[in-house]
Design a protein around this ligand. Structure first.
Ligand SMILES: C[S@@+](CC[C@H](N)C(=O)[O-])C[C@H]1O[C@@H](n2cnc3c(N)ncnc32)[C@H](O)[C@@H]1O
Length: 387
């Protein structure tokens, strides 16, 4: 089962598709289309497993089971009931239905979820005599319904829990960056052990940890032991184990550059260290507690990246004016020969940096529009006209 190729949709946050597309292409998959928050490719269930293992910037790997037209909830129920669910779902398992619905006959997408869930469990009950449990937990089988206009696409969400939940962030701090976003931000800097990676204001350490995983060529999926596809009937466990073994063998065990992560709060650095240990990269990151402006910047160039508060969720804008100005001074005085980056959701604050941006990459952090601002910190870089 599932050895036939099917459409695979990988969802992601807005701003991420161009990075996700590069990842998918580099794994040898074709790109069938690119959406505002997704990339479409094709492959077998084994391919979907491989994507779950390797992809750093995507959220969910959706494997298409069937597409059909449905004009109303009854037609949806009928058509979903015809699908061979007993072949995919063990009768004693648990399913969760998620959906993305934009069709005139549905006001509340929960109703579409309910119809879809009823159709699945009723079918299994009829064929096998027992119905699986159903509910909101995404740690077992997840079915995703995409219904736009008349077109219904029914997917297996092979990821289950979103891929941003890598499993290493055990200690949550305020305003952490999602792991998938942090990976895309690191990819946007182009850093892959070419020079050093300096991350003052590291918070829970997400950027430094993702940078280490990228530089060491460690597949982020190795960190997780549970995926939606594992609960399906016919899960190809031997193939999954071989994939994991092969990718483990490709992991590097040395780095040329240094990764340095600091924060002014002891508590943040402790959390970052623990998270790095859970991710298995603590030996590759030098941690320190200090003001960002005291963060060591070794010879050799590379990337220095900060994700300061930007007044939306933490900190007050007036206080942050000085912080952003200070970052500009730190860049100018301490980081010559590096590429400087600031990830922020407040472009007014960013103006206080007082350096000309070379590049501005749009991202979204939750629903806040953000920018990754790049500064070339040439030797002798001076304050110039803004923008
Ligand atoms: C938005 S959070 C960074 C979140 C981080 N990217 C993550 O994924 O967890 C900003 C961090 O900057 C730190 N910070 C604020 N002012 C600082 C300063 N003057 N020097 C160093 N760190 C500072 C805070 O303690 C906080 O952890």
């Amino acid at each position: 089962m599932f050895s036939q190729k099917s459409k695979i949709v990988i969802t992601c946050a807005k701003g991420i598709p161009s990075f996700l597309k590069e990842e998918v292409l580099s794994l040898g998959f074709p790109i069938l289309s690119e959406g505002i928050a997704s990339v479409e490719t094709e492959g077998t269930m084994d391919d979907a497993m491989r994507l779950n293992l390797f992809i750093r910037t995507g959220q969910r790997v959706l494997f298409l089971l069937e597409a059909f037209s449905a004009k109303n909830p009854d037609e949806l129920y009928r058509k979903i009931s015809r699908m061979r669910w007993e072949d995919y779902i063990p009768e004693d398992d648990y399913i969760c239905v998620t959906s993305s619905v934009d069709t005139p006959t549905i006001k509340d997408s929960r109703f579409a979820n309910l119809k879809c869930k009823d159709a699945i469990v009723d079918r299994i009950k009829e064929r096998r005599g027992r119905r699986p449990d159903a509910g909101p937990e995404r740690d077992r089988i997840v079915v995703h319904l995409y219904w736009k206009g008349d077109l219904c696409q029914v997917f297996l969400d092979t990821s289950g829990e979103p891929l941003s939940k890598r499993g290493y962030r055990k200690i949550p701090l305020k305003a952490p960056m999602q792991e998938t976003l942090a990976a895309a931000v690191v990819l946007a800097t182009g850093w892959k052990d070419n020079g050093n990676f300096i991350n003052p204001m590291c918070g829970s350490g997400t950027l430094a940890i993702e940078a280490a995983l990228i530089a060491l060529n460690r597949a982020p999926g190795l960190l997780r032991s549970n995926y939606g596809f594992m609960h399906l009937k016919g899960f190809n466990e031997p193939s999954w184990n071989v994939m994991r073994k092969k990718i483990k063998a490709l992991t590097k065990n040395s780095l040329k550059g240094k990764i340095i992560a600091t924060d002014i709060r002891q508590e943040a650095v402790e959390a970052a260290k623990k998270n790095a240990a859970t991710a298995g990269v603590e030996h590759w990151i030098e941690f320190g507690v200090c003001d960002f402006s005291e963060t060591p910047v070794p010879e050799g160039g590379g990337v220095v990246i900060l994700n300061p508060e930007y007044g939306e969720r933490l900190g007050k804008v007036e206080e942050l004016n000085e912080t952003y100005k200070g970052i500009g001074d730190y860049f100018k005085k301490r980081c010559k020969g590096y590429r400087g980056y600031i990830f922020t959701g407040n472009l007014d604050l960013a103006k206080k940096v007082g350096l000309r941006t070379k590049r501005r990459v749009p991202f979204f952090n939750s629903n806040i529009e953000c920018r990754l601002l790049e500064y070339d910190l040439y030797e002798g870089s001076r304050k110039r006209d803004l923008h």
